[in-house]
Design a protein around this ligand. Structure first.
Ligand code: PLP
Length: 423
């Protein structure tokens, strides 16, 4: 183990890590473009954008410059009773870029806290609007929305959150199928507070993709019963599905939309919950106690906002959604023939995301805890590519700077890994 690895093993506690089995983290010294450079001198191609966050590439100089400029100008100021140019400008840009109807921006720190704010805004605005009995949230089976209690509640408890079951609020769940979604929303009717979904792609559930019709049916049914529509674009936002937002691609306009990860190009933590003007107005009153009692120390952090603005500029200049889609297509084309190979259950692709469902070996139930995951992760690293399978789902979701040659390398390593599962 490297020296850093030894020190780490004594004091660190890593996310989503079983320290009893996963004993040697990558010791990363620096990163640039699509590459991580390790302490031992090896270079590793980051094919998953470091948990889907790095949008343009590591160390993007425009973002570094924006960060430095902002740190010198205004590092941090509370956002209650104060405001600043980067936050206002970013909110203006986001409202312009977002699906129609979203008019207000509430900043938070990460995906989970953006979802938490959305859930609270959904229920609280319904209650203030005279419908406190709307206590039911409807989410999709297999959804993942983060790790705070509200976010865990709307996420599928399997495979991660069963340990916290006594503390999670009740949520109805439905398969991502048009008829079922429509019928369930209508059945819950006036008790439904909001429908919550990752639009088009369920990331943590193994890059499961579903039809836009499901979302359009949900939107119509929510309108009919007076429920809100919450889109969790934490993973899908900023071009990952080939459009700036998956909602845009699906042709739906949500009432609340959560964004994080790629918002800052992955350089600093920052997230936002976008809301319609009518949700904002539900809280607007002369009664001071009728406000939204929520916020964090670093809400609308100026450095994060400045980096996000620079990242949005790059999204436009470099046509990031189109670029991601062409990288995704290139990888998908190169792995398409694997669909017919033994051991492969399915191959799928949307925008900048390409995924392969592997058949787990005998005795392995598959799913997130499939033994294929640690094995294939190690084998991919041995080939100089960071792929971190979600159980028996091998996927790539690389940053926009990924060259054609790098995309081919990712696809070839995916194919080699598929070959290994048969060996
Ligand atoms: C769709 C979705 N929502 C929410 C989250 C939580 O985001 P964070 O890890 O930044 O809290 C994630 C993280 O992967 C996600 O994919």
């Amino acid at each position: 183990m490297t020296t850093l690895g030894k020190r780490d093993a004594r004091v660190s506690w890593h996310p989503y890590t079983q320290h009893g089995t996963d004993t040697e983290p990558l010791a990363v010294a620096r990163a640039s473009g699509a590459w991580l450079e390790l302490e031992d001198g090896r270079s590793i191609l980051d094919a998953i954008s470091s948990w889907w966050a790095i949008l343009h590439g590591h160390g993007t100089k425009e973002l570094v410059a924006a960060m430095a400029r902002q740190a010198e100008t205004l590092d941090h100021v509370l956002f209650a009773g104060a405001t600043h140019e980067p936050a206002v400008r970013l909110a203006e840009r986001l409202v312009d870029a977002a699906p129609p109807g979203l008019a207000r921006v509430f900043f938070s720190d990460d995906g989970s806290t953006a979802v938490e704010a959305a859930l609270k805004l959904a229920y609280h605005s319904q209650a203030l609007g005279g419908a406190p009995e709307r206590t039911v949230f409807l989410a999709l089976e297999g959804g993942y929305h983060g790790d705070t209690f509200g976010a865990m509640s709307v996420g599928d408890p399997v495979p991660f959150f069963e340990a916290y079951a006594p503390f999670l609020f009740d949520v109805r769940r439905v398969a991502p199928e048009e008829a079922a979604v429509r019928a369930t929303i209508e059945e819950i009717g006036e008790r439904l507070c909001a429908f919550v979904a990752e639009p088009l792609v369920q990331g943590a559930n193994g890059m499961r993709m579903y039809e836009a019709e499901v979302l359009r049916a949900a939107r119509e049914a929510c309108d009919r019963v007076g429920a809100l529509f919450v889109a969790d674009e934490v993973m899908t936002g900023f071009g990952r599905t080939g459009a700036l937002f998956a909602c845009e691609r699906a042709g739906v306009a949500p009432d609340l939309m959560c964004i994080a990860k790629g918002l800052t190009g992955g350089m600093t933590p920052l997230s936002a919950t976008l809301a319609t003007e009518s949700i904002f107005e539900a809280f607007l009153h002369t009664d001071r106690a009728r406000f939204f009692p929520h916020g964090h120390t670093f809400t609308a952090h100026p450095i994060g906002c400045a980096v996000a603005l620079a990242s949005l500029d790059l999204c436009e200049e470099r046509r990031v959604p189109e670029r991601l889609a062409s990288i995704g297509e290139r990888i998908a084309d190169r792995i398409a023939s694997l669909a017919d190979e033994p051991g492969v259950a399915a191959v799928r692709h949307l925008g900048g995301i390409a995924a392969i469902d592997l058949q787990p070996p005998e005795g392995d139930e598959g799913g997130y805890f499939s033994e294929l995951a640690p094995r294939l992760r190690a084998e991919s690293l041995a080939r100089g590519v960071l792929l971190r399978p979600l159980g028996n789902v091998l996927y790539a979701l690389p940053p926009a700077c990924t060259s054609d040659g790098e995309a081919d390398r990712i696809a070839d390593v995916m194919a080699e890994l598929v070959g290994l599962t048969r060996g």
